[in-house]
Design a protein around this ligand. Sequence first.
Ligand code: SF4
Length: 547
Amino acid sequence: MALIYPNTYHVGMSNLGFQTVYRILNNLDGVVCERAFLPEPPPSDTKALSTLESGKAVAEFDIVAFSISFENDFPNLLAILDAATLPLSAADRDGRRPLVTAGGAACLLNPEPIAAFIDCFLIGEAETLLPQFMDRFDPHADRRTWLLEAALHINGLYVPCLYQDFYNEDHTFKALKAAQGLPDRITRAYVNDLSQFRTRSAITTPHTTFDKTFLVEVSRGCPHGCRFCAAGYVYRPPRFRSPEDIADCIYEEKSPEGTIGLVGAAVSDLPGLETLCSRISEDGTEISFSSLRADALSDDLLTQLKTSRVKTATIAPDAGSERMRACINKGLSEEDILAAAAKLVAAGIPNLKLYFMIGLPFETIQDVDAIADLCKKIKDAFLEASRQKGRIGHITVSVSPFVPKPHTPFQWAPMDTIPSLKKKIKHIRKTLSKVPNLTVQADAPRWAYIQALFSRGDRRVAEILVAGRDNAWNWARTFKSSPIDPDFYVLRQREELEVFPWDFIDHGIRKSFLLAEYKRAQKGKTTRECDPRSCSLCGVCPPQQTG
Ligand code: SF4
């Protein structure tokens, strides 16, 4: 099998999901999995894309599997199929070509914009899906017969050519209908008990984002229910590994060299995190954290950060005002955020990175002003604590345009327009321009617009992808000449009862719950955190037995 990350080697090898799939596949009997990435520079006309391990052409493998984490990599999928000399459309590939499959977070949210290019999707978590898929795979079987059989027997396997899409007269999506006895909805596959699987780096390598860092998963999903966060919904229920299990993951093969990177959407919620950190840092090993919540910085954890010589800590207030943080259900007060900034500096961590979003649903200009105001207050708390330490560090404010994602309460909301987002970025930059030791970084609204199109699209968006490829990825020219209006997907407020192209993926969450959450957001009402032992609020966890 050729396993492909649709971005560069540098990005792909930093992705724990990609590394996990590589490890699982090579541990299966009778499977050899080799890697390929987006070529840089683009390949010459004469040399087709080949794998890293053996240099064999990707087109010569039985299976070509894409691991797709981000919608902005959808264009790279087409570029890679071209580079591998494979026909783009699944309908144009017969059994003499490799079976092209795809999985990963972007497919879990909404695979429809790339459905035309893929023979089958693996919708769900790789640990449970891949062994069944490979066990059943038969390279000699008739391709269509095999796909139908596989779709009937593997929970989470989605074969787009066996489903037909329908639309209403106003161009909104109407339905996806299954053929030949298949269910209309695909139930995502997920792992009940994470301790059954090791999710950690397969290869630590230099020249990646996590240079010489051994990544290990500590949790999957997140209990906080932030309304903007797709991972917080599609990876429900939140699951945590035990500190013993994580230590086994790290040490059972050999002591990894370099830093240990703890990965998860809710690392600081891990019960026993401090004990785990003490165990890792016993021999001087440094630790890095993918995320820490501002309200979870215990003294022990701060000591661990200091021992690990962490130079920059990241806090994600996500919104500037208390009102907006209630809208997004962030569950962090201004007090929590300011206290966290002061504590981090006092613990000897000199630099801070702050994450904010602009263009959130129901945002007002006062909420945008509040981002700059909060940054100034954090700067004051930071300066005071820095003076006591005799060293002044740096604050980086990262501002990202918000993209409303499928399967979240904000899936009904329009994205903010590009001119409005640009204005807001300019306003924040200007307000903070005179603040010393602080820089503002902002993601380009144009890329957020493209991400929104690919994440909220239906099968008709494939035409835009092909046109983009034919226009050498010039999106301005592509959108101008496209018969399909991208604004229809990106900027339109959805009706409450509208059917979405991604509704056919069943994550176990009731749509009525998501809509209720959207309405609560509008009223600034928060919702309590997940507690899988006593909750059946969203529909994912089974109702609790009483008596
Ligand atoms: S049912 Fe409750 S605990 Fe389970 S995922 Fe939903 S909100 Fe979280």
